[in-house]
Design a protein around this ligand. Structure first.
Ligand code: C5J
Length: 220
């Protein structure tokens, strides 16, 4: 069984019962003109995780680890978008408004698609989620259990919002969760550092964190 040095201690996993959950590697968060920028964020801060996330995807594909992509997306009629989410803050463009990459955070719009380096391959599962967590109104738990998945490896954006929320949801459902450091990023580097620290604190209260090289070495 592959085993790696992680924080707070060794993490062991069986590739056949492990899935990679790549969170929201979408143009809406990573490129100018999308949801992230409309909220006032410097989206260039997320660029650093794109190449490591692509390497993590390639590693998992090469070793038969199931790959699941999530995207934060709403229906064009916004029936799945609570007003509290749409109206919060002082965004320059709100969810559903038309921006340079199409309607903000709306399923099927160009800006809602994945960045090319992290695009799903044929046959991989894509989960559209209306919330920050990957388990909220998605059926993800049922799909994972049907495949016998017990361990989840996480990457994606942003670390302290959708990645952390999804990892906490997964932890509460009994999955053994590992977050890969370089494959995730935040608009706020201090929030990323705090998230990694709080995940692994208290003996792994939410799960484990590890560098990509440690995960790769475990699979070699
Ligand atoms: C946010 C996300 N930050 N994918 N979404 O609104 O983290």
């Amino acid at each position: 069984m592959p085993r790696l040095a992680a924080d707070p201690g060794p993490y062991a996993f069986e590739p056949a019962s492990t899935a990679l959950v790549m969170i929201d590697m979408q143009r809406d968060f990573i490129e100018p003109g999308g949801f992230g920028e409309a909220l006032g964020n410097d989206v260039s801060r997320l660029e650093a995780c794109v190449e490591p996330a692509a390497r993590l995807l390639a590693l998992c594909r090469a070793h038969g680890i199931a790959v699941i992509h999530t995207k934060e997306a709403h229906r064009p009629d916004l029936a799945d978008c609570p007003p509290a989410k749409r109206l919060r803050g002082a965004a320059s463009l709100r969810i559903g408004d038309r921006g340079p990459m199409g309607r903000i955070l709306i399923d099927g719009e160009p800006g809602n698609d994945f960045v090319p380096a992290c695009a799903p391959h044929p046959g991989e599962t894509v989960i559209a989620k209306p919330g920050k967590g990957a388990f909220y109104r998605t059926g993800l738990d049922e799909r994972l259990r049907a495949r016998g998945i017990t361990h989840l490896v996480f990457g994606g954006v942003t670390t302290e919002v959708c990645v952390q929320t999804s990892m906490r949801e997964a932890n509460d459902r009994g999955y053994e969760c590992l977050l890969i450091d370089e494959a995730t990023a935040s608009y706020f580097p201090a929030f990323k550092a705090a998230t990694l620290a709080m995940i692994a604190a208290q003996g792994g209260i939410v799960g484990w964190t590890a560098p990509l090289a440690a995960f790769a070495a475990a699979l070699a």
